[in-house]
Design a protein around this ligand. Structure first.
Ligand code: MG
Length: 390
């Protein structure tokens, strides 16, 4: 039974690519769109070729000196940095200080590749240390953490867990240690949401999700503070866009293939569910959509199946004023049409009429149309009489 329904829906969509009409549950106080709503805007199309940055990414470093000089500066004074550009890679230089992007970012998806020095030197936080500082304030640690167990390696780098590679430094160790050997390129793919504030009141602490070499190591970690050392440092409001920084911790860590995509805050979405859904904004968008759809219906409204579908869709968004009146009047006139139809005419419109009944069922379920709906009653009586359903 289910298979038949899926096939029918697919066939209907194939036949009518610009399918509109009510198909899923209606908008409600927190959702401006129906379930499976064809009026809902489609996402922007981008390209995402294998091994390439997505087409909407901002390339921060692609192995050319041009992208290095265009996008990066000294975090200290905004001037040129002393970090080295060698053979298509970027290398931190001791005492050169952090580098920062010239551009500022907020919530983002960030990709970068790094490698710890081939020449293994130093211990603990002194071995292959750098860091990715989102907004200059939240560090995803870069460190040579390839082997931390003295029982497994003659030259291990044991360290505190919240300071090893892929830790949210001083807060949360990675879920696993996915580190590769010194000198081997490693990837970080980071999804960052900054804390959200309402004045001095925190709405959400923000979050970090990190994939290290493709492995999930930070699973939507909600930040507890600004990056710190030894002492806890609470979150505090800051500008909503700030430069990305890479740390100079005295070790020659290398970087390549750095790109970033700006992403919206979840709190920017106020019209289709989620934590910031706003009932006033939802209703405003529902009214706007209803007005646009109502304007497309030819006036005076003829009592046809198509117009019953179209008006049903309109009142699904906003049952009020002119729409309500048009629905009532058209439904009344449509009843007269149905009452005069021969069985042959009913049979010829079977598919459309049963679809209209599905629409009415959704409207009834949402309380937009009363249970005792005259149109539905007539279609069901005909369906029974003509043997459309067992
Ligand atoms: Mg560091």
């Amino acid at each position: 039974m289910k298979k038949t329904k899926i096939f029918s829906a697919a066939a209907a969509l194939a036949a009518a690519p610009i399918f509109a009409g009510v198909y899923g549950d209606l908008p409600d106080a927190k959702h401006a769109w129906c379930v499976h709503d064809r009026n809902r805007p489609n996402p922007v199309k981008i390209t995402a070729e294998a091994g390439m940055p997505p087409s909407d990414a901002i390339i921060l470093f692609d192995g050319t000196k041009e992208t290095f000089e265009k996008n990066w500066c000294s975090a200290k004074d905004g001037g040129p940095t002393q970090w080295k550009f060698v053979d298509g890679v970027l290398e931190s230089v001791k005492r050169a200080g952090y580098i920062a992007t010239k551009q500022s970012f907020g919530d983002c998806q960030l990709h970068l590749e790094w490698s710890a020095p081939v020449k293994v030197e130093g211990v603990g936080q002194g071995r292959g240390n750098s860091g990715v500082f989102l907004m200059g304030s939240y560090e995803v640690q870069v460190l040579d953490s390839f082997e931390t167990d003295p029982a497994k390696d003659p030259n291990p780098n044991p360290n505190y867990a919240d300071g090893q590679a892929a830790a949210v430094y001083a807060e949360n160790p990675p879920l696993v240690n996915a580190s590769r050997a010194p000198g081997v390129w490693q990837t970080y793919d980071i999804v960052f949401h900054q804390p959200v504030w309402d004045g001095l009141k925190m709405v959400h602490p923000g979050s970090l999700t990190v994939f290290h070499n493709g492995v999930l190591v930070q699973d939507h970690w909600e930040m507890e503070g600004l990056t710190t050392h030894r002492k806890r440092r609470p979150l505090a409001p800051h500008a909503t866009r700030l430069p990305l920084q890479l740390q100079d911790h005295g070790n020659p860590v290398r970087f390549r293939n750095i790109w970033i995509r700006e992403i919206p805050s979840r709190y920017a979405n106020v019209t289709h569910g989620g934590p910031a859904a706003d009932e006033n904004a939802v209703m405003a968008l529902r009214r706007k959509t209803a007005a646009q759809l109502f304007a497309k219906i030819e006036k005076p409204v003829k009592p046809t199946i198509e117009n019953m579908e179209a008006l049903g869709e309109v009142i699904g968004y906003a049952r009020e004023g002119a729409y309500e009146k048009a629905w009532q009047e058209t439904a009344n006139a449509f009843h007269d049409v149905l009452d005069k139809m021969t069985d042959a005419e009913w049979a010829a419109k079977k598919t459309e009429l049963l679809k209209l009944r599905e629409t009415l069922d959704i409207l009834i379920r949402a309380g937009v149309v009363p249970q005792k709906c005259g149109t539905r009653k007539r279609i069901s009586a005909a369906a029974l009489r003509l043997g459309w359903e067992k």
